[in-house]
Design a protein around this ligand. Structure first.
Ligand code: GLV
Ligand code: MN
Ligand code: MN
Length: 421
C-alpha cells in the first residue's frame, strides 16, 4: 500500500498533455480534403484513423477489435472474477472543416490514461472499455450517432439503404470498408454488463474559458430536433416574371430562416440554426424553383424544444401557403435531452477536486455519443476548456496541453476511485 501511495504521488508529476496533443495532431493528418480536416464516415482517411486508434489501444495493453459499424473498441481487462465494464470514448469522425479535438480527445485521452495503468501493471476491479465511435456527426449520410446507436442496439437497419451525395449506399460503403452490415445487430451491448459510460469532450463553447476553469462537469445534454425541408416553387425567367407572379422557393427559405432565428431567440437554453441551404440547379437568371434547407433546434428542456418546433412548423405551413410553395419535411433526428447521472457526476466532481479544481457544472448544448449511450446505461461527461473564444466545428478549435493533462489526471483519479452504483 505504501508503494502504491508513493506511486500515486509520482503520478502527479507525470505529464499526459504532450502525448495527448501529439495524438490529436497525428489523427488530424488524415483528411478527406487536402485543405482542412474532414473525416467522414468510412472514407480512406476515416479507415486510417481507425487503424491508428486500434494500434494505440494495443500498445496501451488493451484487447482491440473494430466492429461491424467501424467502432474501434479497446478493452483493458480486469482480473477480478465477474468484473463488469465501465465504458468511455467518443467519436473519431469530424464535421467538414472541423477541429482536431471534437470527439478525438475523448478517445486519445483515455488511451493515455490506460497506457499509464498498463505500464505500471495496475489492474482495476472492472474492465475499462474505450470506444472510438465511428460516426456521430451525420456528415456523409443524413443520420447521426451511427456508432453509438449500434452499441445500444438501436441502429436503424433501414439506414443501410441511405445514399451519400455520390449515390453510394451505406451498405455499399460498409462493404467497401470490409465491414459486414448484417453483423451490426450483434454489436448491441448487454446493459447488465455496463457500470456506466463517461465521456471526455472539449466543451465547444466559451463557458469554461470565461470562468477560467480547465474542467467542467456536464449536468445534461440538450435535446435536439433536426429536419431537412424541401421547398418547391416555380423556376421561371428572372427578367420577365413580375414580382407579384413568382413562386420563389429561395424567398420562402429566407423567411423561414428568419422565423427560426426569431422563435429560437425566445426561450431558455433554446437555439435554432439553418446550417445548410441550397438552390439545386440554381442559376443567376432563374427564380429558385426549389430550395433545400436544414433545421436544427435544441433546448435543455424537451417541452421548450417541442413548443419551438411546433411554432416553427406552423410558421412554415403559413409561409408556404401564402407564397404558394409546396413543401416536404424530412425528420432527421429527434433526441430527448439526456440528463447525466448524479452518482457519476459526484465521482467526477471528486476527481476534479483531486486535481485542485473547483467542480463546476454546465449544460452541454452540443450533442454527444453519451446521449445515445444514455438509452442503456448511466452517463456522465467531463468537459475540457475550449480556447479561441470557445469556437468549435471550425479549424480554429483549440485547447492546451496543460488542460489535456489535468483532464487525464482527473480521469485517472476517477478510474482508480470508481465505485459502482
Ligand atoms: C454534434 O457535434 C452536434 O452537436 O451537432
Ligand atoms: Mn461535433
Ligand atoms: Mn463531438
Amino acid at each position: 500500500i505504501a508503494e502504491l501511495r508513493l506511486n500515486e504521488l509520482f503520478d502527479v508529476r507525470l505529464d499526459f498533455g504532450p502525448a495527448i496533443m501529439q495524438h490529436a495532431e497525428t489523427l488530424a493528418g488524415w483528411s478527406d480534403s487536402d485543405y482542412n480536416l474532414t473525416c467522414a464516415y468510412l472514407t480512406p482517411a476515416h479507415r486510417k484513423t481507425a487503424a491508428q486508434l486500434a494500434d494505440w489501444m494495443l500498445e496501451a495493453g488493451m484487447q482491440v477489435h473494430i466492429d461491424a459499424v467501424g467502432n474501434v473498441v479497446g478493452r483493458y481487462l480486469s482480473d477480478a472474477p465477474g468484473a463488469k465494464t465501465l465504458m468511455t470514448g467518443s467519436h473519431y469522425d469530424t464535421v467538414r472543416n472541423g477541429g482536431k479535438y471534437d470527439g478525438r480527445l475523448g478517445i486519445v485521452l483515455p488511451i493515455a490514461v490506460v497506457r499509464h495503468l498498463h505500464e505500471r501493471g495496475e489492474k482495476l476491479p472492472f474492465h475499462v472499455e474505450i470506444v472510438g465511435f465511428a460516426e456521430e456527426e451525420g456528415v456523409r449520410f443524413k443520420s447521426t450517432f451511427l456508432g453509438s446507436t449500434a452499441v445500444t442496439g438501436r441502429f436503424d437497419l433501414s439506414l443501410l439503404e441511405q445514399c451519400d451525395t455520390d449515390g453510394v449506399s451505406m451498405r455499399d460503403a460498409l462493404a467497401a470498408a470490409g465491414h459486414e452490415a448484417s453483423a451490426i445487430g450483434a454489436i448491441a451491448r448487454d446493459p447488465a454488463d455496463l457500470l456506466g459510460y463517461v465521456e471526455v469532450h472539449i466543451e465547444q463553447g466559451p463557458v469554461l474559458l470565461e470562468r477560467d476553469l480547465p474542467l467542467g462537469i456536464v449536468t445534461a445534454i440538450a435535446g435536439s430536433s433536426r429536419y431537412l425541408l424541401h421547398l418547391g416553387g416555380v423556376a421561371s425567367h428572372a427578367g420577365t416574371t413580375p414580382m407579384t407572379m413568382r413562386k420563389d422557393a429561395a424567398s420562402a427559405a429566407a423567411e423561414i430562416i428568419l422565423l427560426v432565428e426569431q422563435r429560437c431567440s425566445q426561450g431558455e437554453a433554446l437555439v435554432g440554426t439553418v446550417g445548410q441551404l441550397q438552390v439545386p440547379n440554381g442559376s443567376v437568371n432563374v427564380i429558385a424553383g426549389a430550395c433545400t434547407l436544414s433545421l436544427d433546434i435544441r433546448a435543455a428542456s424537451d417541452a421548450v424544444r417541442q413548443a419551438a418546433v411546433d411554432d416553427i412548423l406552423d410558421g412554415i405551413t403559413a409561409i408556404c401557403a401564402r407564397r404558394q410553395i409546396d413543401y416536404q419535411l424530412e425528420l432527421l433526428l429527434s433526441a430527448r435531452a439526456a440528463p447525466c447521472a448524479p452518482w457519476l457526476m459526484a465521482q467526477l466532481a471528486q476527481a476534479v477536486e483531486s486535481v485542485g479544481i473547483a467542480p463546476y457544472a454546465l449544460l452541454s448544448g452540443a450533442g454527444h455519443d453519451a446521449m445515445a449511450m444514455a438509452a442503456i446505461t448511466d452517463v456522465a461527461m467531463l468537459f475540457t476548456r475550449c480556447g479561441n473564444g470557445g469556437i468549435s466545428h471550425n479549424p480554429l478549435e483549440t485547447m492546451t496541453a496543460d488542460d489535456a493533462d489535468i483532464a487525464a489526471q482527473a480521469l485517472l483519479h476517477f478510474l482508480r476511485n470508481f465505485q459502482p452504483k
